[in-house]
Design a binder for this molecule. Structure first.
Ligand code: ZN
Length: 265
């Protein structure tokens, strides 16, 4: 499932169309990706100029001048691609916007992703501006982290980290990474976690992820849990540890941690 930096990376693929007019469009026959805006409404994008994208956590915003906005998220398996202007849509291409030089493609196999169209003059729509502070933002203060930890004091740390209201963009692997770097078991009660330390690690993990995966899909540091977590037989990368990582799959999500560095309290 795409998290903060993966979503940011996917939006960069549509840079191929920035500054170009949308000449025609294609929408696929499946209704699910259009559950918030009917597929036919996307015809309004024809004749607009694609001006660029921004992300907020897992949310995406695309500007089409003069005043149309495409917003949404990638769900589980959504992906953005750019193809040649003669691109033939596949069965999973739910929206394709054609410019003179490229095809901007929204592809989603399982269709948990969603796209909606909003019309708003003079800047991003109000619901976008009302999103909570991102982890990278100045508004993401220690006080805010402390409030989250206090309000959900008995919640397991990992479960709280997945709450998009408090921690926009954090998904399964990033939550595990943060727990690992804090040397805390994912199951520790949130109320026992130190807010300043959590904030520091969250910001460091987000920053580095954006500089690697988010920029060009390059790998985060080998000292992270992330490169070692995916396959059975992975070992903890911490110096003089090398313990076999624990992996547990619950509702399709694999949790991963080092039993030595992150003992159950
Ligand atoms: Zn370890």
């Amino acid at each position: 499932m795409p998290e903060l930096a993966e979503v940011a990376y996917y939006t960069t693929r549509w840079a191929a169309g920035v500054g170009q007019e949308v000449l025609r469009m294609h929408t696929g026959p499946k209704a699910r990706p259009f559950r918030q805006t009917a597929a036919g409404a996307f015809r309004a994008l024809v004749g607009t100029i694609y001006s660029g994208a921004r992300t907020h956590g897992k949310n995406m915003l695309f500007e089409f001048a003069p005043q149309l906005w495409l917003t949404g998220h990638l769900g589980m398996t959504g992906e953005l691609l750019a193809g040649p202007p003669e691109h033939e849509p596949t069965a999973h291409d739910h929206l394709v916007l054609y410019t003179r030089e490229s095809a901007l493609i929204f592809r989603d196999f399982r269709m948990f992703g969603v796209l909606r169209l909003e019309e708003w003059a003079g800047g991003p729509p109000p619901d976008w501006l009302a999103l909570p502070p991102q982890i990278q933002d100045a508004g993401f203060t220690t006080a805010r982290v402390a409030e989250a930890l206090q309000r959900h004091a008995r919640s397991p740390l990992k479960a709280l980290l997945l709450d998009q209201h408090w921690f926009p963009g954090i998904g399964n692997w990033m939550a595990d990474e943060v727990c690992y770097q804090l040397r805390l078991n994912p199951a520790v009660p949130a109320g026992t976690v130190e807010a300043a330390a959590l904030r520091r690690v969250l910001r460091a993990v987000c920053r580095k992820s954006m500089e690697t995966i988010g920029r060009d899909w390059s790998d985060p540091p080998r000292s992270w849990l992330m490169p070692h977590r995916w396959k059975a037989g992975g070992v903890c990368p911490a110096k003089s540890c090398g313990t076999a990582l624990m992996r547990e799959t619950l509702r399709g999500r694999t949790a991963c941690w080092c039993p030595l560095c992150q003992p159950v309290a």
